[in-house]
Structures are given as C-alpha cells and as structure tokens.
Design a protein around this ligand. Sequence first.
Ligand SMILES: Cc1cc2nc3c(=O)[nH]c(=O)nc-3n(C[C@H](O)[C@H](O)[C@H](O)COP(=O)(O)OP(=O)(O)OC[C@H]3O[C@@H](n4cnc5c(N)ncnc54)[C@H](O)[C@@H]3O)c2cc1C
Length: 282
Amino acid sequence: MKPFDYVAPTTLDEAVHALAGNPAARVLAGGTDLLAQLKGGRRETPLVVDVKRIPDLLSIRMEEGGLRLGAAVPCIRIATNPDVRAQYPALAEVASLIGGTAIQGRASIGGNLCNAAPSADAVPLLIVLSAVARVAGPGGIREIAVEDFCVAPGKNALGEGEFLVDLFLPKPAAGFKAHYLRFIPRNEMDIAVVGVGVSATVTDGQITTARLALASVAPTPLFVREVTEALVGKAPSAEAIAGAAALAEAAAKPISDMRAPAEYRRHLCGVLSRRALTAVLQ
Ligand SMILES: Cc1cc2nc3c(=O)[nH]c(=O)nc-3n(C[C@H](O)[C@H](O)[C@H](O)COP(=O)(O)OP(=O)(O)OC[C@H]3O[C@@H](n4cnc5c(N)ncnc54)[C@H](O)[C@@H]3O)c2cc1C
C-alpha cells in the first residue's frame, strides 16, 4: 500500500474543506471496501478523509416524514436499532447480511452505496425504499435519488469534493412491505450472483405502489421501472406477479463471469423476483 495522508474532520464544513481542491482524496467510512482496494493496489490516494467523527454521519434519527440514516453508521447499529427493526425491517435484514459480524461492525450502508459495485446488496433495497441521498460539497447541500446515484461500476454521481452525508427513507405507508433476496453459492460472506429488492403497498385489495431493483445483472444496480407500471392498479395475484417477474428477467443485462453465466443470472432474476414479489404481495 502506498503511503497517504490521513485527516479526521469533526464537522461537515471541515470535511468539505479537507476534500476541496484534492480530487484524488478518498472518503473513509468503515474501510471494508476502501482499505482492501488500497492494499490491493486497485486504488491510490494522496489523502484519506475519515468521516466517522462527524456526528451527522453517525446518527440514526426518526424524523416526521421518515428515517434519516447517517452515511457512516455501521451495519450492526442499523440491524439492531429498535426503530429500524420496527418500521424498516427489510433494511435491518439487509444490514445483517452484509459480510459477517466483524464486517458489520465497520461497514456502512453509505459506503455500500458510494462504492457503486453492481453487486452491492443494500442498493436495490434503498432504491425500492425510495431513499434519497443528501450530499455535501463546495456548492453546499444537494439531494440525489438513490436510483440515480450509481453511474458505472465503481463510479457514483458525486461531484468533485462532494461526499454523502446521509440517506432519507420516507415513512412506510400502511400496507407497505419491502424485501431483499439474493442468491449466493455459499451461505454467507459471498458476492451476490443476483440480488432482487422489491417493495409494494396494497390498499383495499389493490396495489398502489410497486418498485423492483436488481443487483449483479447490469453495470449498476438496476431500477426496473416497467414493474411499477405493470403492477400499480392491479389486484395482487399470481398472474400479476408472474408478469412482473418476466419484466425483471427481460430488463436484466447480465454478463458471464467466474460466478455465473449470463443466462443463469437472467433465469435467477425471474425466479427471485417472483419469490420476493410473492413475499410482499401475499
Ligand atoms: C469479507 C467481506 C464481506 C463482504 N460482504 C459483503 C456483502 O455480503 N454484501 C455487500 O454488498 N458487500 C459486502 N462487502 C463489501 C463491503 O463490506 C460493503 O460494500 C460495505 O457496505 C462498505 O462500507 P464501508 O463503510 O466499509 O465503506 P468504505 O470501504 O469506507 O468506502 C467504500 C467506498 O465508498 C466511499 N465512501 C464511503 N463513505 C463515503 C461517503 N460518506 N461519501 C463519499 N464516499 C464515501 C469510499 O471512498 C470508498 O470508495 C464485503 C466486504 C468484505 C471485506
């Protein structure tokens, strides 16, 4: 690993200042991706800006309209937070499937998103929970919908000097459910061959919201908007679910690699989408 400078700001302004004019600086949250990349020589940086001493990035707060989740909160705090478990159970579940106990003590959902891996487990779920990223930088604060955050493998929508402060997840309406399912060859500590996040609201026997997003089948996590159009206004039924799962399968643009051939991934998209939709619609 090449040497780098290290700073640990304690306020948002200090972090903006530290990142200003240094486009190659890297933000450090849990370091479970970044340190492996630096040690393996896949990334180099002259400066690491550790954001774990900034209170805004470490808080889990229920606000009137939803949940504000600090970008650097480690997964173990998310998985065990009583408010998260009660109101966003799927988020608690996804936090508890990233890595194992040691990784969960460090890894953040913000880091999972900013790392912009196509296989990131939390991102499809954040998309179907309609999460919005709040970002700070030299131009002030701005918001980015999570479905627009990852733009290419390992690249996100952050501009020069910007960093993720927190994620806002709207309060779930009555009848809302969300679920994330992944296929991995081992029981844990593996990269998703395919991941599927789904959410839906059923009101008076009719689907009023529906979202589906996929991991590991495109250069970025993939929001399948056609599923929303296909399901909203329908009654939950096996036929509606099968139709939506077929749309997810058709939307996938997988590649073949050492983990799985493209055709197998595409098939899994249909299978997992059907199972995840069944879980939220029945
Ligand atoms: C053994 C092991 C098992 C794993 N298992 C899984 C798994 O099951 N599922 C999965 O999805 N991932 C897994 N991972 C990958 C990793 O743990 C996750 O992606 C994790 O959520 C990254 O969070 P972090 O806080 O450690 O990010 P870091 O490593 O600190 O950062 C990751 C990237 O995001 C940037 N970044 C971090 N925070 C910010 C911010 N606030 N603003 C701007 N940029 C930022 C960093 O500069 C870096 O480029 C695993 C990793 C290991 C080592």
